[in-house]
Design a protein around this ligand. Structure first.
Ligand SMILES: NC(=O)c1ccc[n+]([C@@H]2O[C@H](COP(=O)([O-])OP(=O)(O)OC[C@H]3O[C@@H](n4cnc5c(N)ncnc54)[C@H](O)[C@@H]3O)[C@@H](O)[C@H]2O)c1
Ligand SMILES: O=C(O)[C@H](O)[C@H](O)COP(=O)(O)O
Length: 383
């Protein structure tokens, strides 16, 4: 079998060795540059979000099965695949915990910098899928009030409209797919009108897809009234981004919210499982057998350290979101004429970030409290 894959999917040889056998071929290339010639004689195509999978890429090819090692699928023309009898699978939820870690790290950073108590604020979550529902669970465990807007799901509290969420939230976090049709399209769901209605001090987080927020309108609001706080992991038109908008946001990162080691390896494991099912192969490799051990396995807090301090220390030990923000700003400043290249390079060479759940926090002589922030953030506690 010939497999063509994005070079940024980890552990391909490990997972797909049974498919390749002795005479198979694994051809990898940069996902953005994948051509019809690359995939013409492939049986299986494995992509990430940067490859447009459509008739243009696949017409006339031998490909029988396509999988994307990502949660989002807006880069795939699923209807065309179905009409052409090509199997398809995504890695739904593979990196949802990584995105939740990212949002919590961003909020920790913003609450530190602006002296805000999360428990005194209302967080509006747009999209109650893999990411949104897990974000909700962790925020609730931290004792934070949440509102949810998801017209397609039954959600806690019954759910509210996007306009009510904009009116009532102090913090808004976007976790929807990017859609431009259907009853509730998400393209520019945060448009100029809604942006103008945000109260001063509102914190916006977009770690979904760039086009969910109207980037020009956001820039305008930030330029005219620099009174809201924006955290952007995703950008309209990426890998290009508007450097003026980057200058105005509080945290800007190169679409890495889901880039934990765990999320990426889980993504490969999930598309491997889907390929096994599609081609009737037995599964011989499991995620937990191949995922690397984290470099930092446990942190022991001294006697009497408060759960709040312990939680902040654990978070900062596992993930420094400011580093990601700094690297993007430095790259854009140094190479203003090659932003797209730098954006992709930062993603490709992303450091080995681990999910909060990989860290055990050992608390000595601390009585477990309601809404324990260490557990609430997602760390494992040993007392
Ligand atoms: N930045 C990153 O690294 C990163 C990582 C993972 C996912 N993502 C993006 O985040 C999105 C969400 O991820 P997920 O795993 O939770 O997907 P999901 O499909 O599990 O959940 C998406 C939810 O959004 C809801 N939704 C759709 N349209 C809506 C609308 N108009 N208003 C409110 N809710 C709406 C859906 O009903 C669904 O419950 C993905 O589609 C992907 O584009 C980004
Ligand atoms: O949809 C997803 O899963 C994420 O956006 C994912 O992290 C994107 O990463 P990429 O496929 O672009 O490497």
């Amino acid at each position: 079998m010939k497999i063509v894959a994005d070079e940024n999917i980890p552990l391909l040889e490990t997972f797909f060795r049974d498919f390749l056998g002795e005479n198979g071929e694994l051809y990898t290339c940069h996902g953005r540059n994948m051509t019809p010639e690359d995939v013409a004689d492939a049986d299986m195509l494995l992509v990430r979000s940067i490859t447009q999978v459509n008739e243009k890429l696949l017409a006339g090819s031998q490909v029988r099965f396509v999988a994307t090692a990502t949660s989002g699928t807006d880069h795939v023309d699923k209807k065309w695949l179905k009409n052409n009898n090509i199997g398809f699978s995504s890695a739904a939820g593979c990196n949802a915990d990584a995105v939740v870690d990212y949002v919590l790290a961003a909020l920790d950073n913003m609450t530190d910098e602006h002296g805000i108590q999360l428990q005194e604020r209302t967080v509006g979550i747009v999209g109650y899928g893999q990411v949104g529902s897990r974000l909700y669970d962790r925020l609730k465990a931290l004792g934070v009030t949440c509102l949810v807007c998801d017209p397609f799901k039954e959600v806690p509290g019954g759910g509210i409209t996007m306009d009510d969420l904009v009116n009532w939230s102090d913090i808004i976090s976007f976790h929807t797919p990017l859609t431009d049709s259907g009853p509730h399209p998400t393209f520019h769901i945060l448009d100029q009108d809604r942006l103008q209605r945000l109260r001063p001090g509102t914190i916006l987080v977009n770690a979904g897809r760039g086009g969910v927020v109207d980037n020009n309108a956001l820039k305008q609001r930030l330029q005219e009234q620099n009174d809201i706080i924006a955290v952007l992991d995703v950008w309209e038109g990426e890998p290009e981004l508007d450097p003026e908008l980057l200058d105005l946001v509080a945290i800007g990162t190169p679409h890495i919210a889901g880039y934990s080691v765990d999320g990426k390896v889980r993504g490969t494991a999930m598309i491997y499982q889907a390929a096994c099912k599609y081609f009737g192969q037995p599964e011989t490799i499991r995620f937990h057998e191949v995922v690397p051990a984290p470099s930092l396995r446990s942190l022991t807090m001294s006697e009497g350290v408060s759960p709040q301090i312990a939680a902040t220390m654990a978070l900062k030990a596992v993930y420094d979101i400011r580093r990601d923000d700094r690297c993007l700003r430095q790259a854009v400043r140094k190479h203003p004429d090659a932003i797209a290249r730098e954006f992709d390079l930062l993603r490709r060479n992303y450091p080995k970030r681990r999910e909060f759940s990989t860290l055990e926090v050992i608390m000595i002589d601390t009585h477990p409290a309601a809404n324990d922030p260490v557990a609430g953030l997602g760390f494992r506690i040993t007392e």
